[in-house]
Structures are given as structure tokens and as C-alpha cells.
Write a protein that binds this ligand. Sequence first.
Ligand code: UD1
Ligand code: UDP
Length: 380
Amino acid sequence: MIKILTIIGARPQIIKAAALSRAIKNSFADKIKEVIVHTGQHYDDNMSEVFFDELDIPRPNYNLNVGSGTHGKQTAFMIEGIEEILMKEKPDRIVLYGDTNSTLAGAVAASKLLIPVVHIEAGLRSFNKAMPEEINRILCDHISTLLFSPTKTGYDNLVKEGFRENNTAPYSADNPKIFHCGDVMFDNSLYFSEVAEKTTDILEKNGLEKDQFILATVHRNNNTDEPVRLNSLFRALYTIANENNCKVVLPLHPRTAKLLSKNLSSELYSNIKTSSLIKIISPVSFLEMIALEKNASLIMTDSGGVQKEAYFFRKPCIILRAETEWVELVECGSAKIADADEKKIIEAFEYFKERKGLEFPHIFGDGKAAEFICSQMLAL
Ligand code: UD1
Ligand code: UDP
């Protein structure tokens, strides 16, 4: 029996963790004991609590209640709290997801205690170090022992950064092992896809009809905090909605919700708020989100996870960033990068409106990435 300690904190990590906890429960219960630490980076009920029962995630054994703060303060507080728990629990591995401050804090605390770091979603790069997540993921990867990349591009990025492909066990931070293993979020999307539409009434509740609306999300710091970009994005949404008489539903991240009135021009803010076509709603549960994604005609987002889910559910996607880590989506032709550029966003919308027969090749694994990760953690 090995003991793993899983760090969660931000919304997407809580959702990703469901796949591994499910695999442990179904196939590795006698071999892997999981201790879950929630850093408390996300804390609103609709950013955290809502996911546990819905996705059958075990309740965290610890919650550090870090809350919001500057990067340094937030990360430092988490490192201190995680270190204390690691010294008490003495796990055999620490499991970290993605690229948030919670990921970085876990990686720093564990590696200094010589606890092997398992990084799920390793190798992804935007090649933009102005993005806080790029720093987090590079640092985490380079002190990890087992690195699980969901895509071939992610795996290749690691090789280019000097990770050797033929290292053999026993593995360590100095002799790490890299894998291209599929995506735990693909596991989750397959698993929850059917139940999502049966159990939620999110479409009816918001007066939405299949293929008759656009789903949009915005939360990246450079979009929310830079008024020029935020105005450009929302002007594009407003124009597309009005010119096409098309509803746009926006489950809005609290970061964006807090900045909308401050950073949008008062005219645009008022237009958006009073528009009958633009529906700004609170963050939704994962099952509700899947129902929205499956029924939208098109998805616009700056989220990493939502870009991929657009692909899983075979929807065209407009990426509201200057670059993406998920380059395969753009290469396959189902996604377009439009940045926060009003003109490019509208052009991308027009392009997809005319486009039929988009291709969505299977590139995110077989829906069993979590099982693979569990078996490799045991073999370490
Ligand atoms: C974080 C991650 C980002 C990830 C996103 C997922 C970092 C550096 N960023 O960004 O990679 O894509 O989570 O959603 O770790 N807030 C609330 N309630 C909450 C949580 C946040 O009101 O429950 C507000 C606070 O005003 C806070 C702001 O959102 O200051 C930003 O939260 P934070 O966790 O720092 O970063 P995110 O933008 O959520
Ligand atoms: N999500 C959700 N409710 C929402 C918005 C997003 O459940 O209102 C889910 C979404 O389906 C995806 C994950 O949250 O699985 C993505 O998280 P987010 O966009 O916050 O972060 P990112 O993936 O960009 O790090």
C-alpha cells in the first residue's frame, strides 16, 4: 500500500482530481491510499464545494483556507501549510495538477522534503512567461519525478527541455520519467457526459435551445485586468450576439465578475447588462457546464480546460488568448486563436458559421489516463 497526497485548490484541479479518486476507488483501493489537501485557493461554493458531491470526490482531509492574495503571499502561505502536513503525513508521493499557485506550492514543499512529485498535465507550454501559469508549470516540471503529459506536444516540450526519454527505474527528481498518457479531463468528460444532460436543467433555466447559443468564459488575468482587452472582448461578444440574433451565455468567474463594472466603459457595461441576448450567470457546476458545452453551437474561451472540452464535445472554439498550450486543437482546424481582438473574434465567428464537417481526431487518450497514472505511481 502506498500513500499519496493530492493537492487541489483551484476549480479545474478539483474537477481533475475526480478522475484519479475514481480510479483509486474502482481499481486500486487495496494499493493506494489518498490523502487530499485543499489549499482553499478557490473558496466560493460555486468554485469549490459544488464539485465534491456532484463528482463523488472524497472530502479533503485538510483545508488550508488560504483564500485570495498576491502571488507571493498566497504561494508562501500554501508552502508553509503543505510542508507541515507533509511532515505529519509522510506520503510516498505528492500528486499535483496543472499550473496554479497551489501546484507550485506543493512542488516546492514536497521536493525540499525529498517526496517524489507526480505532475499531471506536465509539459504544457505557452512560451509566454508573462503568464503566471507558465512559471508555475516550468518550475513544477523541473522538480518532478513522474511527469504525465496529456499530449504529444507536451511530451515533446519536455524532451526539448532536456528530459531524457530512456531513463530507467528507480526514478527520482534527478532521474525523472516522462509519459505521454492521455488526459484525465477526457476521462472525466466521457464519464460524466451522459449523466450531465439527464440531471441538469441549466438550458431550460436560462431559456437556451440546442445549437442556438454561444457559450463563453473569460477569466485570464491579462483579459480581466487590462481594460483595453476586456472592452475589446465584450464589444466582440455584443456585436456577434446582436448581428446574429444569437444568445451568448457567460458563466462568469468571480475574478471577472468583480472587474466588469470597473474595467468596461460605462456604455458597454450598460449595454451588456441590459442586453436580452447576453446572459451573465454565476459559475455553474461541472455537470451544468458539460450540458452547456454539449448544446452550444460554438464556444469562446480563454480557459485551458474549456478549450479542450469544446474539442471533446466536437464544438468549434474561439480562443480568447494570443497563444494556446493545446496547439493540437488549432492544428486540427477546430479552434482559432483570436486573442482579445474584436476584429479577429468576429472573423473567427464568421469563419465557423460557414464551416461544416470539422475534424476532431482522438488525441487525448482512451479515457483511462487516471488508471495508467495510478499504475505508474505504484511502479515508481
Ligand atoms: C487561478 C489560476 C489559473 C486558473 C484559474 C482557474 C493561478 C496563478 N491562477 O486563477 O491558472 O486558470 O484559477 O479558475 O493560480 N475569487 C473569488 N472567489 C473564489 C476564488 C477567486 O472571488 O472562490 C476572486 C478573488 O477576487 C481573487 C480572484 O478571483 O483575487 C483570482 O483568484 P485566484 O485564485 O488568485 O486566480 P484565478 O484568476 O482564479
Ligand atoms: N467549469 C465549471 N463551471 C464553470 C466554468 C468552468 O465547472 O462555470 C469547469 C470547466 O468545465 C472545466 C474547468 O472548470 O472543466 C475549467 O476551469 P477554469 O476555466 O476555471 O480554469 P482553466 O482550465 O483555464 O485553468
